[in-house]
Design a protein around this ligand. Structure first.
Ligand SMILES: [Zn+2]
Ligand SMILES: [Zn+2]
Length: 255
């Protein structure tokens, strides 16, 4: 091919790519993870300014075990909350990135309905930017909270696996999703009391003995009373897990 032709066809390729990118941006503009408003074309933030401002990252002081934020207390305070004292959970510690406010709720609902891997990565990126992803790179594996087989088939994807995959980078740890299984179909936890939630998920999980001696991190989207994570931790403990920590994108605070 002569040089002029070579140059002009390369220019054509670049031009088509640029045009294609503009067309994609025009047809499918990047939207705020939470309120779905259109974001500026070159912005790196996955959430609009208003939604980002409304996020409440969870920082100390909180319950040293379940991570429940304490109000109006010294950041140095080191104690467990009433629930952890009354019903000590099977996991060593649980931490959440944000209080389950409107923006996080919308983002999580969207992640669970759209199943877009990018959304999970962007939510984890927001948590990292806010400094609320603990350094747990000493763990052996990340275990996403599993779905019941029938529910997973209906949905077609597992949002908890997407969140776990997004955390595998920061924690430099592998995701194992063939260790923990949901063996019982449970009712939705919403609207149940703390005792009702515990009863609902009792015996819902089973773990393979492969986890014996491992230090693991359980990952879920939202933690409310921690009943689901505790039930999963119980099965991991029974299978011989050495240490169990939990991480969720959000923590719903019961009023
Ligand atoms: Zn927004
Ligand atoms: Zn607690």
């Amino acid at each position: 091919m002569n040089r002029w032709l070579e140059k002009s066809s390369w220019g054509l390729v670049v031009g088509c790519r640029v045009f294609g990118a503009h067309l994609t941006a025009a047809l499918f503009p990047k939207r705020c993870l939470a309120c779905r408003s259109i974001l500026t074309a070159n912005g790196i933030n996955p959430m609009c300014f208003v939604c980002r401002q409304s996020l409440l990252p969870i920082r100390v002081p909180y319950c040293v075990q379940c991570g429940l934020p304490f109000e109006n207390q010294s950041p140095e305070i080191q104690r467990t909350c009433g629930d952890c004292t009354a019903h000590p959970p099977q996991f060593e510690s649980a931490r959440s990135a944000f209080v389950y406010g409107e923006a996080v709720r919308s983002a999580v609902v969207h992640l669970k309905s759209a199943g877009n891997v990018r959304h999970a990565r962007e939510l984890v990126m927001l948590a990292q930017t806010a400094g609320v992803v603990p350094d747990w790179s000493d763990a052996d594996a990340i275990l996403p909270i599993p779905y019941f087989r029938k529910r997973l088939k209906q949905r077609g994807f597992a949002p908890t696996v997407m969140i776990a995959d997004a955390l595998a980078g920061p924690w430099k740890t592998k995701v194992l999703n063939q260790i923990l299984f949901r063996v019982k179909e449970t009712e939705p936890q919403r609207g149940k009391s703390a005792a009702g939630r515990r009863k609902n998920v009792r015996g819902a999980f089973e773990a393979r003995p492969d986890v014996s001696g491992m230090s693991v991190i359980l990952v879920d989207d939202v933690m409310t009373t921690g009943a689901t994570l505790d039930a999963a931790a119980q099965s991991l403990r029974a299978a011989g897990a050495k240490s169990i920590r939990c991480y969720t994108l959000a923590r719903a605070l019961l009023s």
